[in-house]
Each structure stands twice: as structure tokens, then as C-alpha cells.
Design a protein around this ligand. Structure first.
Ligand code: NAI
Length: 256
């Protein structure tokens, strides 16, 4: 068991990569906390964890709200006595694709609401959860934080908000790694490529085929393949790795 009795909080754990990570961590003996705005989805994942005989608590939380996040961290420490692992996985996209191929460009169509919503959940949520979870981790002199970027951080038409949020997470990761090293807290970041989840389920077949064409492995990732990297970075096998962004993208980010 690679995470025996470690206390792990996974945000956005009700679906996709987050749900796969919750279940992977349960297999490795972790005690779990699932945070999600969608409490029904989170409860369904929690039922699967209970069936594996592992402790789990569900929190209905919007990661972009400080009061939600602070209340949750306090409750986790009260329940489990500590917090060892934070997987900052909750994320959304709100794309501006409707003017594809017009002279204004997609950024012209992006609304303040689209911009603010994506930056709030993806970037501010990662900041708030890290800042708050780090308090018990600093006391313990032990912690693992894994952030979630995306191959989209390299730029993607219609996703200026998403790309900015996911590239911003690199800077946050580098800085937190420096600030928290003295407390024995590792801070790393996973940048998935196209992965089979709700987030990609709505993409039309022809667009998806075009994406897969650009992936050297010629297939999308399974959520569990991202969860396996979360597991490694959250485990003591990765004790000397900090401040790194690891692409898990079937090779899509390399080559010309
Ligand atoms: P998903 O849509 O299947 O799951 C996201 C979960 O986050 C949902 O359960 C949702 O309810 C929750 N969530 C959304 N806003 C929230 C908030 N404000 N507070 C708390 N929970 C919230 O998405 P998926 O694909 O599993 O994505 C997980 C992470 O991986 C995201 O950060 C996403 O940007 C990133 N990612 C996904 C890729 C993909 O191809 N699916 C590629 C690269 C990165």
C-alpha cells in the first residue's frame, strides 16, 4: 500500500480524473476527502470507496470560495487529525468558439463571465486550496500538493481563459514549491492531454478525431492513467521531486 492511512483531499473528485484518483488512492490505503460542487456525483464515488472499506468524507464545496475551502480544511483536520495530500483537480472550461474563422478572432467573443468563471475555479481555486491546506501540512512538516494544468496551457483556439488559467498554475506551482520546501511539502503539477471524461464528452466526433491525429499514441488518455501519476507524485517515491510540471499527454506536447 503506497498511501497507507495517508489523508488525501481530491477536489473535483465527483467525476472524471478526480473520481479515478479517489478510487486509485483508496486502493492504496488512503483515507479520503472528496470536494465537489456536485455533491450527488461525489456521493456516488464515496459509495464506491466505502465498498472498498476505506474511510471517506464528502464536502459540497466551490473551490473558488474562501469560506467553503476554509470550512472544509478545518473539518478534515477535525475528522482525520491531519491532511497529507491535496490534489487540486477541480476545473472547468467555458470556450469562445462561435466566431471560428472570422477576422475578429475568438478572443473578441469571450465574455467577462467566461473569463472570470474559468480563472476563479481553475486558478484561484488552486491558490485557495493550497494556501489553506498548507497550514496543517506545515505543522506536520509533511505534505504533497499536486496541481492540475493541461496541454491547453500551451495555447488553444477559443480557450484563452482556460490556457491562461492552466499556464498560471505553472507559476503558482514553481512559487509554492520554493515557499513550502522548508516545511517538507512537495508541490508539483500534472498537465494532462486529452482525457476521456465529461469535459471532453461534448466535443464533436470530427474535432476529436483531429485531436487524436495529433497524439503520437493515437488515442486519448483514460482517467486512471492520469490518476497513476497523481499517485506517484503523492507518494514518498517522489520525495525528491518538487516544482515540476509533468505532461501526461501521449507525447502530444513534443515534436514540431
Ligand atoms: P470533469 O468535468 O469530468 O470533472 C471536473 C469535476 O470538478 C466535476 O465533478 C465538477 O463538478 C467539479 N467542479 C467544477 N467546478 C468546481 C468548483 N468550483 N468547486 C469544486 N468542484 C468543481 O473534468 P475532468 O476532465 O476530469 O477534469 C479534471 C481536471 O483535469 C480539470 O482541472 C481539467 O481542466 C483538467 N484537464 C482535463 C483534460 C481532459 O481532457 N479531460 C485535459 C487536461 C486537463
Amino acid at each position: 500500500m503506497r498511501l497507507q492511512d495517508k489523508v488525501a483531499l481530491i477536489t473535483g473528485g465527483g467525476s472524471g480524473i478526480g473520481a479515478a484518483t479517489v478510487l486509485r488512492f483508496a486502493e492504496e490505503g488512503a483515507r479520503l476527502a472528496i470536494a465537489d460542487v456536485n455533491v450527488e456525483a461525489a456521493n456516488q464515488v464515496a459509495d464506491q470507496v466505502r465498498a472498498m472499506d476505506r474511510p471517506v468524507t464528502v464536502f459540497q464545496v466551490d473551490v473558488s470560495r474562501r469560506s467553503d475551502v476554509e470550512g472544509m480544511i478545518e473539518a478534515i483536520v477535525k475528522e482525520y487529525g491531519r491532511l497529507d495530500i491535496l490534489i487540486n483537480n477541480a476545473g472547468i472550461n467555458r470556450d469562445a468558439l462561435s466566431v471560428r474563422k472570422t477576422k475578429e478572432g475568438e478572443i473578441k467573443k469571450m465574455t467577462d463571465e467566461q473569463w472570470d468563471a474559468v480563472l476563479a475555479v481553475n486558478l484561484k481555486g488552486t491558490f485557495l486550496c493550497s494556501q489553506t491546506a498548507a497550514v496543517p501540512m506545515m505543522d506536520q512538516k509533511y505534505g504533497k500538493i499536486v496541481n492540475t494544468s493541461s496541454i491547453g496551457a500551451l495555447g488553444n483556439i477559443g480557450q484563452a481563459n482556460y490556457a491562461a488559467s492552466k499556464a498560471g498554475i505553472w507559476g503558482l506551482t514553481y512559487t509554492l514549491a520554493l515557499e513550502y520546501a522548508r516545511y517538507n511539502i512537495n508541490v508539483n503539477c500534472v498537465a494532462p492531454g486529452a482525457t476521456k471524461t465529461q469535459m471532453t464528452a461534448g466535443i464533436p466526433e470530427n474535432i476529436l478525431a483531429g485531436i487524436v491525429e495529433k497524439i503520437p499514441f493515437r488515442r486519448m488518455a483514460e482517467p486512471r492513467e492520469i490518476a497513476n501519476v497523481h499517485l506517484f507524485l503523492a507518494s514518498d517515491e517522489a520525495a525528491y521531486i518538487t516544482g515540476q510540471v509533468i505532461f501526461v499527454d501521449g507525447g502530444m506536447s513534443v515534436g514540431i
